[in-house]
Design a protein around this ligand. Sequence first.
Ligand SMILES: C[S@@+](CC[C@H](N)C(=O)[O-])C[C@H]1O[C@@H](n2cnc3c(N)ncnc32)[C@H](O)[C@@H]1O
Length: 159
Amino acid sequence: MEPPTRRPDVVWRAGIDLNPLDVQDFEDMAWLEALVWPEHSERRDRLSAVAKVAAEDPPLLVRGDIVEALPQLVNEAPKDATVVVFHSAVLPYLDPDHRRRFVDLVKGLDVTWISNEGEAALPEIKDQLTRSAEGRLVLSLDGVPQAFTGPHGQSCEAL
Ligand SMILES: C[S@@+](CC[C@H](N)C(=O)[O-])C[C@H]1O[C@@H](n2cnc3c(N)ncnc32)[C@H](O)[C@@H]1O
């Protein structure tokens, strides 16, 4: 995987969570900061930086289940845009049947699918690995592993 030479033009952003947090809400940000271990100052810096980016162009936040809410949200995306469905560290919270329904759903949508999950989350992705991620997440594009990533966004090793 070659690193990109420029950032993509993001024309629309939306996110789904059972309990979405808003970076423009003081209490939500205080909660997110409280979750970072005291000695992890780099993580706090990264959180502040991404919160600034999100606050400059706030996404549409949808409270709901990833499987229930995704089709409608994809449908709302601008028609001439490439729709990218990205998720990170979410699938462990879904039971196996729910997870299967999510994977079948996303594969059936006209989207680019980027997953960033632990290697145990998606067996069909794990089966393609020739070595262990050793605690890192597996970044995959349309079901094909591309990199091992640090679970807090701190590293990316191309495969
Ligand atoms: C470990 S956090 C990951 C947050 C973020 N994606 C990241 O990588 O930093 C897991 C998130 O998944 C959300 N979640 C769990 N089950 C979900 C579901 N069925 N539908 C939507 N979101 C869900 C939780 O509310 C929580 O915010």
